[in-house]
Write a protein that binds this ligand. Structure first.
Ligand code: FMN
Length: 202
C-alpha cells in the first residue's frame, strides 16, 4: 500500500508512521523552571545526533513544560529508562499542572546535576547532563513554522551506575532499556550481536 501524508488516507485505525520509525530510545528529560520547580517527562523524539562534541536532541510536540524550562534555564538532563522504571516513567508523562513535580508524582529521587542545575533520576543507571545549544521550531517544507520544537543539547557530564559497567563497557543488557514503538507498544532488548564495518574485516 502507499499513502501520501497530505491526505493521510492510510485506511487504518491508527497512523502507522511512528510504528515504522521504531524502536526509539526514550529520553527522560529532567528540568527546572526559573522558579526552581522540577519537571520530569519522557520523550521518544529523542536521540544522539553528534559525538564530537556529544550532542543529543529531544522534540516537543507543542509547547510543553520541558520546553519552557529549557528556554528559561538553558540546561536539562536525560535519564536512561530501564525496564524496572517503566511504570514510573509512564507516570511521569501525566499531563499535570506546571507546578507539579513529576519526580514526586512518580516516586523518584531528584538527583542534582554535577555540572548543570537540572535534576536527573537518581534511580536511573545512566544520565546525561546537557547545556542547550539550540531550540529549533521545525519548519515544514514550505518554510512555515510547525508546532514541533527540537531542543539540542551538548552533553557536558555523564553518570553511569557501577553495576552496569562490566568488562570496561556500559553493559546495555544489564541496563535493560525499554524503547518506544508505535501505538501503545514498547519493546525491550533483543540479543546483542556484533557487525564489523567493511574496513574492519581481517
Ligand atoms: C514513552 C513516551 C514518549 C513520549 N515522547 C514524546 C515526545 O517525543 N514528544 C512530546 O512532545 N511528547 C512525548 N510524550 C508525551 C509527554 O511525555 C507528555 O506530554 C508530558 O506530559 C510532557 O510533559 P511536560 O509538559 O512536563 O514537558 C511521550 C510520552 C511517553 C509516555
Amino acid at each position: 500500500m502507499f499513502y501520501d501524508t497530505e491526505t493521510n488516507a492510510h485506511g487504518m485505525a491508527h497512523d502507522p508512521f511512528k510504528a515504522i520509525v521504531a524502536p526509539r530510545p526514550i529520553g527522560w528529560i529532567g528540568t527546572k523552571g526559573r522558579d526552581g520547580i522540577r519537571n520530569l517527562s519522557p520523550y521518544s523524539f529523542f536521540n544522539a545526533v553528534g559525538d564530537r562534541p556529544k550532542m543529543i536532541m529531544f522534540s516537543s510536540s507543542g509547547r510543553k513544560d520541558s520546553l519552557r524550562n529549557v528556554e528559561e534555564t538553558g540546561v536539562f538532563t536525560a535519564s536512561f529508562v530501564s525496564r524496572t522504571l517503566m511504570d514510573r516513567m509512564n507516570e511521569s508523562s501525566a499531563a499535570v499542572a506546571y507546578e507539579t513535580d513529576e519526580f514526586e508524582l512518580a516516586g523518584l529521587t531528584p538527583a542534582p546535576g554535577h555540572i548543570v542545575d537540572a535534576p536527573f533520576v537518581g534511580e536511573a543507571v545512566a544520565a546525561l547532563e546537557c547545556r542547550v545549544t539550540k531550540v529549533l521550531t521545525l519548519p515544514d517544507m514550505d518554510g512555515n513554522d510547525t508546532d514541533s520544537h527540537a531542543v539540542f543539547g551538548q552533553v557536558v557530564g555523564i553518570h553511569i551506575a557501577e553495576e552496569v559497567i562490566r568488562n570496561g563497557r556500559f553493559d546495555l543488557a544489564a541496563a535493560d532499556p525499554i524503547m518506544r514503538l508505535g501505538y501503545m507498544d514498547y519493546a525491550g532488548m533483543g540479543p546483542i550481536f556484533e557487525l564489523k564495518r567493511p574496513s574492519q574485516r581481517t
